[in-house]
Design a protein around this ligand. Sequence first.
Ligand SMILES: [Mg+2]
Length: 297
Amino acid sequence: MEQASRWFYGPGRFYRYLRDPVTVSGWRARLLATSAFAISVEWLADARMTAREPGMIIIDRSVHTLLAHWRRVIFVDWHGVLSRDPFWMSILDGNHPLKSRLEANLAQIFSRDVPTAHEWMRGQLSSAEIISAMDIKLGRHYRDDFLQRRLDVDCRRMRVNVELFEILRVLRARALIVIATDNMDCFARAFDCVRSRARRSPETALTLTDWAIFCDDIVCSSDVGRLKSEDPDGFFGPWLSAHGLSFADALLIDDRADNCEVFARRGGYAVQWKMGTNQISEVTKAVERWMDVPTGS
Ligand SMILES: [Mg+2]
């Protein structure tokens, strides 16, 4: 909306000034001309930026207002592919006084014997409910919301697979890049939060905060209420149809075999790839093979 208003008012003010400059007083004419000039320069800069991004018209920084002309999307898993950092890393990765109690609680939550982690990932449980159920007694010098704040901050500081992100950044000229993750409300919140900030230089950056801006969107199980492997149509379908795409236009990079299998069964192209295990060349070769296949076939 902000961008659209610039597009309209920049040329509009110029036209207004040129149409009838003698009807306004001297200082008002100068003010109007200066304003028109500044906004028009900004408008031209925006138009130049738009021309640099092939196949894309920027109306707003949000992907929901991008008019994508691409016919391809690359879905990229988060945990195991783009990062390996756990929640509450600043507490778990050191000698924090709460470390042992937090570890014991997390082991229980992520145990295969209980559905808690999946319910958290489907958005049936919130981070606040999980923290409340942990019932970790905090000392007097902690704020009541200490664990919630640490969770949110640590999500934003998760270290990323810079090598893969560099490749995705280049591929973004040829396909939409969308994080597709079975993940919790805190992660989706962190992603949205850091993407709304100004672009940063990726040269020395290592965290989600630095790289989220190079993704076009996120599909998170806590938002769609379904996990990738249990309901691929429910997970990917709404995003694909909202963007006029199908599974045949999509590639998934994921470290789990079951996610890749169901995605391929639905007509998508999937590559199983795990950070720290597979070579980066395996993902680049798979992407090149996929790029050679006509979309929608
Ligand atoms: Mg994974």
